[in-house]
Ligand binder design. Structure first.
Ligand code: ADP
Length: 649
């Protein structure tokens, strides 16, 4: 199609710019496609970058929030513990306690200590408060009067007892071996004034309250011990499970200290923590920066993806862990990515629109350029053609001028020819005219002589008659000369009404001498020729003289010599017919009759111009001259002329 177009335009002689224009257009289309592709790529990359960035920002915020919360959780936990921590120290200074440890068999003392422990425990709101001797046997306890009393139980295997005996104080979290209740054990060694060890006093604190506070929060939060076992949790199902597989040592230690030893309770015997806590979701992205890699059961309430943030609990070897749901962060990142993609798409569309607009403007300019070039081409062509036309026009004008000049020359030549013809006719008539004048001259001489004689003899009347005759002769001679003068006059053609009879008579007068001499019978009735024709009188006479002279020449050897002149009317045309009884016109003569210099006459007698000139003269009158051979012998020449009527031009 492109080719067809360029060819079609090529026919105007401007194919090259148009082809260039079309090529540029297809190149621009390719650029447009490349731009669209680039923008799409930019959109994808931009959206991805926006997603990554937003995700990171959201995760950082989550981490910050979680860390902030952790501070609060840790504070609550430590202050709870701190709240109780002074009680064992206080008990270690109690005189009854010291006395009882010195005299364990003193029932009164034991009863007093039991009452003291019971009262303090009740006032403090702790789980249990009890005193052991240095072997770990419980001598007195706040629950002395309850069926599950600690009194009599030995806790020497418990880490808090061991710690207290060794360092002066011990801390331990675990399940009660008697009560099967979880609790935090705060132990203090009791020494006498001589720094002899008497025993250990222990306060067991229930941390359930902390858990219930944690539960009010939205995200799962829990505390883990140094082995990674979850000991406090806002999610009950997680308790006593581990975050990572337990080492053999840790396993053995837990068994030995009966830390989570609660047969029939949450923790089955044999510590199957590892097995019940199957690794499920592993968040690499967040686990990477976190020492506590998370591996938690997926069912509700755990999100499939979460951020694990933890912090150590001061004064313990515990950590508090918060799991933050990553889904909202992801959602924000997604929506930001969508917004970025939309924004980029908008920018792309805007850029494309601007580009497209610029392209259209450029195309328009290019088109305008092409059109301008076409226009210039056209103008150049028009200018070339115009120049050629003006040249042709000038040539034509020159030719016309030449033709006019030629025509004028021809006309002048024709005028000369007419005059020459006239002169030739006059020359032919010269002999006759001379004769015509000689006769009256001779008569004049005789008459004048006679008149003189008559006067001498006194015969005046005779002399008078002679003089009158002389006058008439002179008048006749004057007529002849004036006719000749008039005939010889050289004047331009002037069309005017001419009475046919007058022209014919004048011509006959000029050839009258020959008619008489050659005894030619003339048939002409001027009465029947009173019609007026449009002609130049002088030239019409010249034509007639020529026709008469030719007729007389043709009849030179004829036995019957008759010249007939007749005037007929044919509509608006008047026909003057000149008939003779001469040689007639053979076909070959008739064919060449009006050719200049065609003559059948002897050398010197005819120039062969008479009929050619006559034909030219009649044409000037807008008439025609025709010749015909008469069946009865002789020739007939007809002059067709326009009839003049009053009122008609
Ligand atoms: P020219 O008289 O000098 O020969 P024209 O042109 O008058 O030239 O005549 C041309 C010729 O036409 C004549 O030579 C003659 O042969 C022929 N011709 C003209 N008039 C007649 C006529 N009336 N009868 C016969 N032949 C004629």
């Amino acid at each position: 199609m492109g080719n067809g177009r360029s060819e079609a335009l090529g026919a105007w002689g401007c194919g090259v710019p148009v082809v260039k224009f079309l090529r540029a257009t297809s190149r621009r289309t390719r650029v447009l496609l490349a731009l669209v592709f680039a923008f799409a790529l930019l959109m994808v990359v931009g959206a991805w970058a926006a997603y990554r960035y937003a995700e990171q920002v959201e995760i950082d915020t989550l981490r910050e929030t979680a860390a902030h919360r952790l501070d609060g959780y840790e504070n609550a936990l430590t202050s709870e513990v701190r709240h109780y921590s002074y009680l064992p120290s206080l008990a270690s200074l109690n005189a009854d306690v010291l006395a009882m440890l010195r005299h364990p068999a003193d029932r009164d003392l034991v009863a007093r200590v039991n009452a003291y422990l019971q009262t303090v425990n009740a006032d403090a709101g702790s789980s249990a408060f009890y005193v052991m001797d240095k072997q770990g046997n419980t001598l007195a306890a706040s629950n002395w009067n309850l069926p599950m009393t600690f009194v009599g139980s030995n806790f020497s295997f418990r880490p808090y007892f061991i710690g207290a005996m060794r360092d002066g104080h011990g801390r331990f979290y675990g399940l009660g071996t008697v009560s099967k209740q979880a609790g935090y054990f705060l132990a203090e060694r009791i020494d006498d004034d001589a720094h002899r060890v008497l025993g250990v006093v222990t306060l067991k604190v229930n941390l359930d309250r902390i858990e219930s506070v944690w539960r009010q929060g939205a995200e799962p939060v829990f505390a883990i011990d140094s082995h990674g076992v979850i000991m406090l949790s806002s999610v009950p199902g997680l308790k006593y499970r581990t975050l990572r597989p337990l080492s053999a040592d840790a396993h053995a230690e837990i068994l030995r200290t009966h830390q989570y030893d609660a047969p029939g309770a949450l923790m089955p015997a044999g510590f199957t923590i590892n097995h019940t806590l199957a690794p499920n979701v592993w968040i690499e992205s967040v686990a990477r920066d976190n020492p506590l890699a998370a591996s938690l059961p997926t069912p509700h309430p755990f999100p499939t993806e979460f951020l694990v943030v933890s912090r150590p609990v001061s004064g313990t070897d515990w950590h508090i862990v918060v799991l933050s749901n990553l889904a909202p962060a992801r959602a924000v990142a997604r929506s930001l990515a969508q917004s970025a993609a939309l924004g980029l798409a908008f920018v792309a569309v805007l850029a494309l629109t601007v580009w497209q607009r610029r392209r259209i403007v450029a195309q328009r300019l290019a088109l305008r350029e092409v059109l301008q070039q076409l226009n210039e081409d056209l103008e150049r062509k028009v200018a070339r053609r115009t120049a050629a036309l003006s040249r042709a026009n000038r040539n034509l004008e020159h030719e016309v001028a030449m033709h006019r000049e030629t025509e004028a020359q021809l006309k002048a030549a024709f005028e000369e020819l007419v005059q020459a013809g006239k002169m030739a006719a006059l020359g032919q008539m010269a002999a006759g005219v001379t004769h015509e004048l000689n006769q009256p001259l001779a008569a004049l001489r005789t008459l004048s002589d006679n008149a003189l004689t008559f006067l001498e003899r006194g015969r005046t009347s005779h002399a008078e008659a002679n003089l009158r005759m002389i006058g008439e002769l002179i008048e006749r001679m004057g007529r002849i000369t004036s006719q000749l003068k008039r005939f010889a006059r050289k004047a331009p053609t002037q069309l005017q009404p001419v009475v046919a009879a007058e022209a014919i008579n004048n011509a006959l007068f000029l050839v009258g001498q020959r008619l008489r001499k050659e005894r030619v019978e003339l048939t002409f009735d001027p009465q029947l020729a009173s019609v007026r024709v449009l002609a130049d009188a002088n030239r019409l006479e010249q034509v007639l003289v020529n026709l008469f002279a030719n007729a007389l020449d043709a009849m030179a050897d004829a036995t019957v010599r008759r010249l007939e002149v007749k005037v007929d009317a044919e509509g608006d045309t008047t026909v003057i017919r000149v008939r003779d009884t001469g040689t007639g016109l053979s076909e070959s003569v008739r064919a060449r009759l009006f050719e200049p210099f065609f003559t059948t006459k002897e050398q010197g007698t005819g120039l062969g111009l008479g009929l050619a000139i006559s034909d030219g003269i009649v044409r000037e009158f807008s008439g025609s001259l025709r010749a015909a051979d008469r069946s009865e012998g002789g020739a007939e020449f007809s002059i067709y002329l326009r009839t003049y009527r009053e009122g008609n031009p």
